[in-house]
Design a protein around this ligand. Sequence first.
Ligand code: BGC
Length: 867
Amino acid sequence: MVEATNLKVNYLDSPLGIEEIFQIGWQMRSEKRNVRQKSYRLQIAESDFASPIYDSGEVESCESVHITAPENLPLRSVCAYRIRVRLTTEDGGETLWHESRFTTALLNNSEWRAEFITIETEMDKGDARSSYLKKTMNIAAPIKSAYLLSTALGVYHVYVNGQKAGEDQMAPGWTSYNKHLLYQIYDVKDLLNPGENTLCGLVNAGWYKGKMGFVGMKNHYGTRAAFGCELHLEYEGGERAVIKTDGTWQGAWGPSDFSDIYDGETYDARLENPKEWQAVERVVFDKSVLAAQAGCKARVHERFPVKEIITTPEGDTVLDFGQNLTGWVEFRVQGNRGDEARLQCFEVLDGAGNVYLDNLRSAKQTLTYICKDDAPAMYHPYFTFQGFRYVKLINWPGEILAKNFTACAVYSDMPKTGSFTCSNPLLNQLQSNIHWGMKGNFLDIPTDCPQRDERLGWTGDAQIFCRTASFLRDTYTFFRKWLRDLAFDQTGEGGVPHVVPDILIGKSSADRLMKDGDHGAAAWGDASIIVPWTMYLVYGDENILERQYDSMKAWIGFMRAHAVDYIWNYKLQFGDWVALDAEAGSYFGATPNDLTCTAYYAYSTGIFANIAAILGRDEDAAEFGKLYEQIVASYQKHFFDDSGHLNVQTQTAQIVTLHFGLAPESYRKNVANDLTKLLKKENGHLVTGFVGTPYFCFALSENGHTKEAYELLLKEDYPSWLYQVKAGATTIWEHWDGIKPDGTMWSADMNSFNHYAYGAVGDWLYRVAAGIDTSEDGPGYRHILLAPHIGGGLTELDAALESNYGTIRSHWRVDGGVVTLEVEVPCNASATISLPGADEILDGDGLAFEGFAARTGSGRYSIRYRM
Ligand code: BGC
């Protein structure tokens, strides 16, 4: 029995807000082995498949993931469609129809009719007060469908008859607003009544005009928060109507009196249900920059009860939720009119067990709720989020009861794709910490940290963690959106900003916040190449490569323009950021910038030449292929001495040289030996920063040192991944020495306890320890490489990945030198299973092994071998 499942459009399940279809894909499920698709038939219909708008007919093709819709598909704006697929397989199987749906957005921005409206004036430019914008209207006839398209210059919620439309939080998210503003679409049919209805937006400053960046600048994108929406109605009789924001709406100040991304929110419930309404003003905004957001919106996910109520030595009452997370605390409060509940969110207790706020820098993360009467009320912030595990109760009316508080994790809605457990509980906790590092920093954009006065889309951090993230969750839509902003914010010369959306540049180039260079750093700017490339590897998607092509090419051009003899370096560089081999008190690791910059210049250029070849841009492929060779030659000339060793003897220099393939073949062994020597010198510990750490284990295991890679991974004393775990971390720290063995902390200046970068080791756990990888020739796990590396004293490991083809699993158990390996390959994919370290195959489960490798199609296999 074979089944068609998971029919998606643009990699999304039943998306609402499709502007163009660039991908259709599905999966097959079968208990049989070697199942491959022979043909498919795909149909799209508005209501009835008897009269489809598209019927592919029977298409002989094994393609099941990257189907593109025909260009002239007669889609209508804001309309729901049904889509279905039926398949046959090479072994004579046939599926039933499998159906899904999608809803279009406006197919052309010129159709957007709503005006942006506000009650704010220039006088309010420094404020962050919420305002309501509402309209009451009459709906006379029965409705067939009702879709609300809404967005804001600011952060907003929208209500239909007092009920929130959708579950999105922090909408419309953060983009480079003046170049790219997202709108959301909600199906609101069930919220409307016959007769009188009220539409109401609630808007506040958010990222748009609120304080952002470490110098506390406001109004990055504009001075007035505004709201815009249009309600698209279709009546039973077939007529259509659009109700939109315009000068006839009314506005009033709302209860969130003050709301700031860093500082928190003050909510005065006495301002709910305002009596006095005023006229609104229109705000001019370029509608051509609008884009519909069809998925991956921020939502509330996990909810944590209070684990413990603590009284600190200094006498503070503190709630401990047991997990460092990003989101907010929701609470039930009861007091008298005017009573205040005030809470402050923070990440860690200090060595003495007291509230530690210093690492928040200027961010106040404080919530104040003012009661309107003596009835119990529920509250959580509307326009901000906090990074915290603990909450200090500064002021609380009434008795403090644990049941009245819940910590809510808020992050972008990305389906979970990975799972990993093994026989070492510390490693399992590390996995959990890596995952929470991701959840905490994937709230609409990839941020460095969620708690201090930063929370910016640092490109380097995103690049380093992107592949790991793409094991844990489906990141395609998330990064596709962010990469748009990266391209929009590139400098004319192709420089990539350090943060995306770029607010370091200020409002004009004369207004730069980082005067010594706000763009163009190695490993940071390379996000422009490595992130799209990772999306291609993980999802097999060429569309993103096409879409980002000019951006990528411009970045290589930027490096090229600033290189001398192919050695690249430019203004402000972060180098091997926060490495432990930095001089005392410095953030800059010991590996020289010339080396890290040029290593990345080579790495990115090599990838780009490859991309050009994949897209059939042969001239570019040849040109950049040649450039790559010239950079590598120059790298070898500059950084190798005559005896075949690098003239920079740091861990990171050896790591990037090895992992980026920059050593002449004959010197490779030297570099790998030097790396193990440097490791021994530190007693088996790493001293690497952002550049070296992600690839450390790879550099070892790719060069015959898997044992050392496991030893490094499993070190439990300072500095190491598991040192943090043993110190009680529930997320990944920014610094190896965030909390030192003596309980003291790294400078408060920059000490985040929720920074995903070092969680990039997750990539090695999946790709090497579990051994789940994709072949570059069959990207997107069309051809899977299964090569688990047994080691580290682990007796069992189980990992799985939900790929576009379905579940890939690797499960190994070791008993007395005999390994039982169970693997799963999804239908329509193939795999090469190899057994590194194997001595003898005891049971190959029918697979045709040549040596210790076998090629196979889909199915479950159980292999036994001796090590
Ligand atoms: C951030 C980092 C970032 C770095 C750049 C920091 O403040 O938190 O993660 O990449 O600056 O140097």
